[in-house]
Design a protein around this ligand. Structure first.
Ligand code: GAR
Length: 186
């Protein structure tokens, strides 16, 4: 292992930016994305971090895509792989290539509200508290062992966008701190 960190992201990339700006930023060796023109790619390019795009295109089976993704990540032999706003489910072919080395940041207090619409689901359920969870990735959807959690109150009148942004403020601190702790204890 080279001790480095590979980040997986598909979207705006504010968690990726927070990792880059933290004291573990220099350990980030690559951004791997399924969305070649996403915001995270812009942050990576500005910071001089190599970008590998592995889109799930029409002709590619899920297994082939998971294999391609694993090949892209494996070349760095990273100590940790961090899913930070990566919006695709990682399949067994990928997960089993990196046992106990993949973590994900999820915008809810797991086991409550797993899945792609965690913030919307918390509001719909009338939850008064939600938050974020950093967990290891296993074969399930947001079911792996929990490493860290922090709660965030749901305020009356919160929209999905407002609440999600308040959760992300917490994630931007909790995720880099958790990565640092895991690297120190490995
Ligand atoms: C974060 O809230 C992260 O927890 C969530 O996407 C957001 C990424 O924000 N991830 C998931 O929902 C994964 N299922 P960003 O693009 O601003 O970094």
């Amino acid at each position: 292992m080279n001790g480095g960190v590979v980040v997986l992201a598909s979207g705006t990339g504010s968690l990726f930016q927070a990792i880059l700006n933290s004291d573990i930023g220099p350990l980030v060796c690559s951004l791997v994305t399924d969305v070649p023109d996403c915001g995270a790619v812009d942050f990576a390019r500005s910071a001089g971090i190599p970008v590998q795009a592995v889109p799930l295109t029409g002709g590619l089976s899920r297994d082939d895509w998971n294999r391609d993704l694993a090949t892209a990540v494996a070349q760095w032999n990273p100590a940790l792989i961090v899913s930070a706003g990566f919006m695709r489910i990682l399949g067994p072919l990928f997960v089993d290539s990196f046992p106990n080395r993949i973590i994900n940041s999820h915008p809810a207090l797991l086991p409550n509200f797993p899945g792609a619409h965690a913030v919307r689901d918390a509001i719909s359920a009338g939850a008064t508290q939600t938050g974020c969870t950093i967990h290891f990735v296993d074969h399930g959807v947001d079911t792996g062992a929990i490493v860290a959690q922090e709660s965030v109150d749901v305020q009356p009148g919160d929209t999905e966008e407002i609440l999600h942004e308040r959760i992300k403020v917490v994630e931007r601190v909790l995720l880099p701190a958790t990565i640092k702790e895991l690297l120190q204890s490995s």
